[in-house]
Design a protein around this ligand. Structure first.
Ligand code: M6P
Ligand code: ZN
Length: 195
């Protein structure tokens, strides 16, 4: 694709296993462990302990780009494992898009949790997610998925490759709110990392 060869000018399909969130064929598979999210979770002591204890997988991403002569659609399926780092639930890194005119559709297929969304001027939105929830994320909202359930949460994403992934602001500042378990309850609280 990078060489200029457009491999998807003809219609193409992949096959998704609805139970597991694995689809084939799949061009890119990335696994993110606790150590890959060490800048994301607020409780850095718990991060260190978990990394020493085997560095568990937080989520897997499978991506497929469909580059044609004049379009750049992509799909991603992300499976977030249940679990916590300290009292903060497993979540995706979260990112802004490099291009604000490139939105994204997220579709929760299995599991339950929250989709956190935030603009760079602090407008924060949250959606409770259960199977079948489909959210349109405008191009200027950073987005992060949190699994608060006891089973894997997986979601389908559709976006343009040209949207780009911008992680730096999220690495530096986090989201303004985080999702934690306190006294047996799931609660959304102000991020203690924010000054
Ligand atoms: C979805 C899409 C991907 C993204 C993935 C994981 O599949 O939005 O583009 O990479 O979720 O999210 P993150 O990149 O924030 O780890
Ligand atoms: Zn995105």
């Amino acid at each position: 694709m990078e060489s200029g060869k457009k491999t998807h000018d003809l219609p193409t399909s992949v096959q998704l296993d609805l139970q597991t969130g694995v689809f084939e064929p799949c061009a890119m598979h990335v696994t993110r462990k606790v150590s890959d999210l060490s800048m994301m979770f607020y409780d850095t002591e718990s991060v260190e302990k978990l990394v020493k204890k085997g560095d568990p997988v937080v989520y897997d991403i499978r991506h497929q780009n469909f580059i044609t002569r004049n379009s750049d659609m992509a799909l991603g399926v992300t499976v977030v494992q249940p679990g916590k780092v300290g009292d903060e639930y497993h979540m995706t890194k979260g990112h802004f898009h490099e291009r604000e005119d490139r939105p994204e559709i997220y579709f929760c297929v299995q599991g339950e949790g929250y989709l956190l969304m935030e603009t760079n001027n602090g407008d924060f939105k949250v959606e409770f997610w259960r199977p079948g929830t489909i959210t349109h994320i405008p191009g200027n909202y950073a987005h992060r998925v949190v699994n608060t359930g006891d089973k894997p949460l997986y979601f389908f994403a559709s976006f343009n490759v040209s949207a780009g992934h911008l992680y730096k602001p999220v690495i530096e500042n986090g989201f303004s709110k985080i999702v934690v378990e306190r006294e047996g309850e799931t609660v959304i609280i102000a991020n203690p990392r924010r000054k």
